[in-house]
Design a protein around this ligand. Structure first.
Ligand code: ATR
Length: 270
């Protein structure tokens, strides 16, 4: 029988996840169906209950339900616990198991697809919301030191305090970054959605620096700024999307799909 999976979000129509998982399934010969389901904003738990009743094997969770998903789980992986957010659920024998593959997806994309090793790198993580929270633990795991910069400095300080026992982390305002340089700059803010740019000082990119935007689909103001400032490598977040999906697919099916071919296919469509 064909196993059923889904991605749950609101809105969800734009999601590329069904296409990515269909490619993974085709490539690995797995018999599964993966669809996009929009849950009402006040109906996430009811949607999950319905899917479990109908025999779905698991699902991915996207905006704005990752924290609610975290709260629903009976069991959590360490990385989901650290992120306090869940993007992957497994339904097993009456239990809901929660994982977070976003951070692993980011690291895999930066290290394998972009080709930038994070060990001992000085990382500037821009933003202190859910997207930043979801990846910080994995940045430490990869051996990077992290400065969190946020418009509302209090939030950066809270995030840094939460993770201080995991690795080297400092909080900063954007203004206080003047005169500093970083090897890897990751835009985890939602500023691109409104076509804005966090107030980064000029000269912040070290030679050979990577500018990474978690958004994808078009050149963001951050990517344009990085180009104007001469950043050596600039990447959007499409690879992160594919890699976090591959990690979820592996959790469900115990088979690791080839991400490079799927990423190339998606890039060709963009
Ligand atoms: P997400 O889950 O996508 O991280 P979020 O939790 O709402 O969304 O967080 C959005 C992040 O983007 C915050 O860090 C926000 O900064 P503030 O905490 O100061 O609000 C940041 N952000 C949004 N628009 C921004 C802009 N124009 N410039 C700089 N930072 C911005």
């Amino acid at each position: 029988m064909t196993d059923r999976y889904a991605v749950i979000g609101n809105p969800i129509a734009h999601s590329k996840s069904p296409l990515i998982h269909a490619e993974f399934a085709r490539q690995t010969g797995q018999d599964l169906n993966y669809e996009a389901i929009e849950a009402p904003l006040d109906g996430f738990a009811a949607t999950i209950a319905r899917l479990r009743n109908e025999g779905y094997k698991g699902c991915n969770i996207t905006v704005p339900f990752k924290f609610e998903a975290y709260q629903l789980c009976n069991q959590l992986t360490g990385r989901a616990r650290a992120a306090q957010a869940v993007n992957t659920l497994l339904f097993e024998e009456g239990e809901i198991l929660g994982d977070n593959t976003d951070g692993a997806g980011l690291i895999a994309d930066i290290e394998q697809n972009v080709g930038c090793k994070l060990l001992f790198k000085r990382v500037l993580l821009m933003g202190a919301g859910g997207a930043a929270h979801g990846v910080i633990w994995q940045l430490f795991n990869a051996g990077a030191s992290v400065v969190i910069a946020n418009r509302t400095v209090d939030k950066a300080q809270q995030l840094a305090a939460e993770f201080v026992s995991y690795g080297t982390v400092f909080a900063s305002s954007y203004e206080a970054l003047a005169g500093k340089q970083f090897d890897v700059l990751i835009n985890a803010t939602s500023s691109s959605l409104s076509d804005e740019l966090a107030p980064l000082p000029s000269g912040i990119f070290a030679p050979h620096a990577l500018a990474y935007d978690m958004m994808y689909g078009r050149e963001t103001p951050f990517m344009k700024f990085a180009r104007d400032q001469g950043a050596a490598t600039i990447s959007d977040g499409l690879g992160m999307l594919v890699e976090q999906a591959a990690e979820a697919f592996f959790k469900w099916r115990s088979v690791r799909p080839d991400t490079a071919s799927v990423l190339a296919k998606l890039r060709a469509q963009c």
